[in-house]
Design a protein around this ligand. Structure first.
Ligand SMILES: [Zn+2]
Length: 358
């Protein structure tokens, strides 16, 4: 009998039904209840909410198997009225540091400390996040992945699956809930940025936002059609693209600095009490990129670091062939600052090795 009990116990453990594990059952039940308690919403109107902290699952679309695509939303409505700051992360599904930034901010901040409203979306591109991809992954159109950050403001009907996903987010979640917006990114997989901002300096309020976020570097940039940032700016909502390091990892020092920068912006916008910090070392501001691409494939040895000042003719990288023999040296085509370097040494021809800002 004892032997039979042991056999049943082991079998139940192996197939995972946990017959004899009451704590496991209890944990599963608790997490299911938490899921149920997070309200599903089709539209957000943060203005109509009373003071408090709220989490929602925004129904952004449906997958081809009929499963809903939920986007996580956190709203913190302050005790006093004020600006509405929208924070979005992972519109590119491989860019994760912004998710950790939002998690840290919404954990720390409560309605009692806040004047105005924070609307935070820690994970816009659900299919990209699950599929481990920068792109929005879809089954239509032969399955071609789409860059969601080139499709805003999207469409509410027609225009394809990715465009409708973007349009639903734009019209029912994002646009109507923002006075200012910070879209959190990282460099694409295989390369790194420092703390770096794209900002449209033709608008003085946007330039002030960029400085308040205390990045290492800023590019004066007139925008990218279809991006969240440019869609906001076109809709007269000041916005910046905030690049935080590299993809597919959590880089805590950069995450901590981004949190500090966003809180500094909130002070500047009157949303938090305090004094605006002015860093001793101002950010390096440039208007153009010089991208240095690999001419032939191989393994690249990087000879410069992020934020480094380089002069025309300085050595940037050495490309080795598969036997370790040097194939080519890459030099700076002009003076500038290193804003991006390859973190993945494997480079095919045409892949970017270094990006200079000047
Ligand atoms: Zn991005």
């Amino acid at each position: 009998m004892a032997r039979l009990f042991v056999v049943i116990f082991l079998l139940s453990e192996i197939i995972g039904i946990g017959l004899f594990s009451t704590s496991l059952t209890a944990t599963a039940r608790t997490s299911q209840e938490t899921q149920v308690q997070t309200e599903v919403i089709l539209q957000l109107n943060a203005d109509a909410l009373p003071t408090g902290k709220y989490t929602y699952k925004f129904l952004a679309g449906y997958q081809s198997d009929g499963q809903p695509l939920y986007v996580p939303v956190v709203v913190i409505k302050g005790l006093e009225a004020g600006r509405r700051m929208l924070l979005t992360a992972a519109v590119h599904g491989d860019e994760l540091n912004g998710i950790a930034v939002i998690h840290a901010l919404v954990k720390e901040l409560g309605p009692e400390k806040l004047r105005g409203t924070i609307i935070a979306v820690p994970g816009l591109n659900q299919t990209g996040l699950v599929g481990n991809s920068r792109y929005y992954l879809r089954s239509e159109g032969g399955g071609s992945p789409r860059d969601l950050n080139r499709l805003f403001p999207g469409t509410l009907s027609g225009g394809g699956a990715a465009s409708r996903y973007a349009g639903n987010l734009w019209h029912n979640l994002l646009k109507g809930n923002a006075d200012i917006a910070v879209d959190l990114h990282t460099q694409s997989t295989g390369s790194d940025y420092p703390l770096f901002i794209f900002a449209d300096y033709r608008n003085r309020e946007i330039a002030a936002m960029a400085t308040a976020l205390m990045p290492d570097m800023i590019k004066r940039d007139s925008g990218q059609e279809g991006s969240l940032e440019t869609s906001f700016v076109t809709a007269s909502i000041p916005a910046v693209t905030f690049e935080i390091g590299g993809a597919k990892r959590f880089q805590q020092p950069l995450i901590d600095r981004a949190v500090m920068g966003i809180k500094n912006l909130m002070v500047a916008e009157g949303m938090l009490a305090g004094t605006v910090i002015k860093p001793l070392l101002p950010p390096y501001v440039g208007s153009s990129f010089a991208n240095i691409y690999a001419e032939e494939g191989g393994t690249a040895l990087m000879k410069v670091s992020l934020r480094e000042a380089v002069k025309k003719g300085d050595l940037l990288a050495i490309m080795l062939d598969r036997f370790g023999v040097e194939k080519r040296r890459y030099f700076a085509p002009r003076d500038g600052r290193v804003v991006s370097v390859a973190s993945d040494p494997l480079k095919e021809s045409g892949a970017m090795l270094v990006r200079l800002l000047y």
